[in-house]
Design a protein around this ligand. Structure first.
Ligand code: GLN
Length: 198
């Protein structure tokens, strides 16, 4: 079972992608529900609002613990939430990806666009459509972080351990590749939830 954090943002689009992949999924609204899943999506939306709602619902420590054992996929605002540092903003990130992110680097002019993007995954180079909406810019990357895609020279997709962060929205172009890549293997390797004793 894969969860989609459903506090705010475009979580329904991620549910749709998981449905397309026939991956069992559920919306996550309470931190205790993390015990029922083996992977989590943090959707796009608004990272300041997510900061408030995650704080109020006591999600910070539970998600950080969850991340030690299970994969997390973050898109756009989700990527911002997974970062270690988001200077000059009141976002409190989770510190799951060892990156620094600038929320407003592209300014207001470049609100939204779709373009083809080359991605390196499992040693294969693939072209996908990608939609950027008020996209965050990854401004620093630590040694253990792998860049799997760049757009105009800037990293826009990063992988660290079992986690993936994207500054764009594959869920808006029906791109199933990333969800499949990080969750399918997880579900085969660890078929039972970690809290089941029996
Ligand atoms: N810029 C937004 C933020 O700071 C993210 C936009 C998005 O998720 N499409 O949260």
């Amino acid at each position: 079972m894969i969860g989609v954090l459903a506090l705010q943002g475009d979580y329904e689009k991620h549910i749709h992608i998981l449905d397309l992949l026939k991956i069992q999924n559920m919306e996550i609204r309470y931190s205790r529900e993390l015990d029922m899943i083996q992977g989590l999506v943090i959707p796009g939306g608004e990272s300041t609002t997510m900061t408030d709602l995650m704080g109020r619902n006591g999600f910070y420590e539970p998600i950080r613990n969850f991340a030690k054992n299970y994969p997390i996929l973050g898109t756009c605002a989700g990527l911002i939430m997974m970062a270690s540092s988001v200077p000059g903003s009141r976002v409190e990130p989770l510190g799951i990806l060892d990156i620094e992110v600038d929320r407003n680097a592209y300014g207001r002019q470049v609100h939204s666009f779709t373009d083809q993007l080359p991605v390196q995954l499992n040693g294969r180079a693939i072209q996908i459509p990608s939609t950027f909406i008020r996209a965050p810019k990854i401004t620093k990357i630590a040694a253990g972080v792998e860049v799997i895609s760049k757009y105009q020279g800037n990293p826009v997709a990063v992988k660290q351990d079992h986690h993936l962060g994207l500054s764009f929205h594959p869920e808006l172009d029906n791109v199933t590749l990333f969800h499949e890549f990080i969750f399918k293997k997880q579900l085969m390797d660890k078929p039972t939830p970690h809290h089941h004793a029996a």
